[in-house]
Design a binder for this molecule. Structure first.
Ligand code: NAD
Length: 356
């Protein structure tokens, strides 16, 4: 088994180092190889996703990714911006299923902006389709409006589209995931207005016939956004398209209070995956040694479970994280009175120790 380690920019190197430390302590047989990505790769090699990095990622069974981006690259041409590395990896590895669990740890319920009783014990999973939808649909561009009330005026347009195989495969991923959890899937759409999402709903309903043991509900995206803050615990697995998933997964992330705690996984049909924290490169705190490494450490646990077939090792890491939280250790982003403030490295060391 081979893991590609791509720390990236900002706090990427600091948080990935802690996850690597934890992985090494598990004493499992896998090889780890590191490469540059994002702005760091642009500075060193002239491209955010150099050929050698892409090749390493393609050959690996899994990629552990830190984060990319910094405001200093904002003026670069779009193709050279750090964020293009993630889009490139998604495209070249065919990563179509994005898993974003939103778990509210008992000790951190106060960190949420919602009332503790609404989020205590929250454990939901958002599955976002990652390669289709309005983000990639063609045609797109700018032109003079060919018709309508403002015909002849400059306009911009994008195309929302989904093919049957794209919807089928993400629906199967959601039903399979639900089987390992609470056996409930909520498919989020906008079928009342958009043809693409009426089609989505029809296909998900058809695929559901193969999963009679899983309960399926359909919900319009505006209602889902509302229910997520009104009664988030009523969900188990939510599955949705690229754009709605982008928005709802960030909303769900904030239910838990700290973005520094949330892992994510993006998988292809061979279970090869890219694992990364849900947050960005946090340039404002980079190099200060105060970033929370737990989202990255928990991403490594997801990697062991989904791509490396090591569920017991994944359980060990997740239990160790719960243990350090129970011990009252907190990086500044999750600190509250009465707990012990620690830095990135101390938090990593504590997880290592809690592994036993
Ligand atoms: P961000 O997630 O980097 O930071 C938002 C806020 O959360 C900041 O105050 C930051 O200090 C804090 N934060 C984030 N991660 C933290 C952690 N582990 N511990 C403690 N605090 C943490 O989002 P942003 O500021 O909007 O973006 C910064 C850069 O990251 C931009 O260049 C953006 O494009 C990029 N970005 C990258 C990814 C990715 O690599 N997948 C995702 C989102 C944003």
């Amino acid at each position: 088994m081979k893991i590609a380690i791509l720390p990236g920019d900002g706090i990427g190197a600091e948080i990935v180092a802690e996850a690597v430390k934890v992985l090494k302590a598990l004493d499992l047989k896998f090889e780890m190889e590191q490469a540059d990505v994002g702005g760091t790769a642009y500075d060193r090699h002239g491209h955010p996703l150099p050929e050698a990095t892409l090749k390493l990622a393609q050959q690996a069974d899994a990629v552990l990714f830190g984060a990319v981006g910094d405001w200093k690259y904002d003026k670069l041409e779009r193709q050279f911006r750090p964020e293009q590395a993630i889009l490139g990896l998604r495209k070249h590895l065919g990563l179509f299923a994005n898993f974003r669990p939103a778990i509210c740890y008992e000790q951190l319920t106060h960190a949420s902006s919602l009332k503790p009783e609404l989020v205590a014990g929250l454990d939901i999973l958002i599955i976002r389709e990652l390669t289709g939808d309005i983000y990639f649909g063609q045609p797109r561009g700018r032109r003079d409006a060919p018709d309508g009330a403002f015909a002849g005026q400059p306009e911009a347009f994008d195309t929302m589209r989904y093919t049957r195989p794209e919807v089928e495969r993400i629906a199967r991923v959601a039903f399979e995931a639900a089987r390992q959890r609470g056996k409930r899937v909520t498919s989020v759409d906008k079928a009342n207005v958009l043809e693409t999402f009426q089609f989505w709903k029809d296909v998900v309903t058809e695929v559901h016939q193969d999963y009679p043991d899983v309960q399926l509900d359909h919900m319009y995206v505006d209602n889902a956004a509302m229910q997520l803050v009104k009664e988030p615990k009523k969900f188990d697995v939510l599955v949705t398209g690229n754009m709605f998933g982008d928005i709802l997964s960030d909303e769900a992330a904030m239910l838990t209070g700290s973005i520094g705690m949330l892992p994510s996984a993006s998988l292809n049909d061979k279970k090869q995956g890219l694992y990364e924290p849900s947050h960005g490169s946090a340039p404002d705190i980079a190099g200060k040694g105060i970033a929370n490494p737990l989202a990255t450490i928990l991403s490594a646990a997801m990697m062991l479970r989904f791509s490396l077939a090591q569920p017991k090792a994944a359980d060990r890491i997740e239990s160790a994280v719960k243990k350090v939280l129970a011990q009252g250790l907190r990086t500044p982003d999750i600190y509250s009175a009465g707990t012990t403030k620690v830095g990135t490295r101390e938090m990593g060391d504590a997880v290592l120790k809690a592994l036993g």
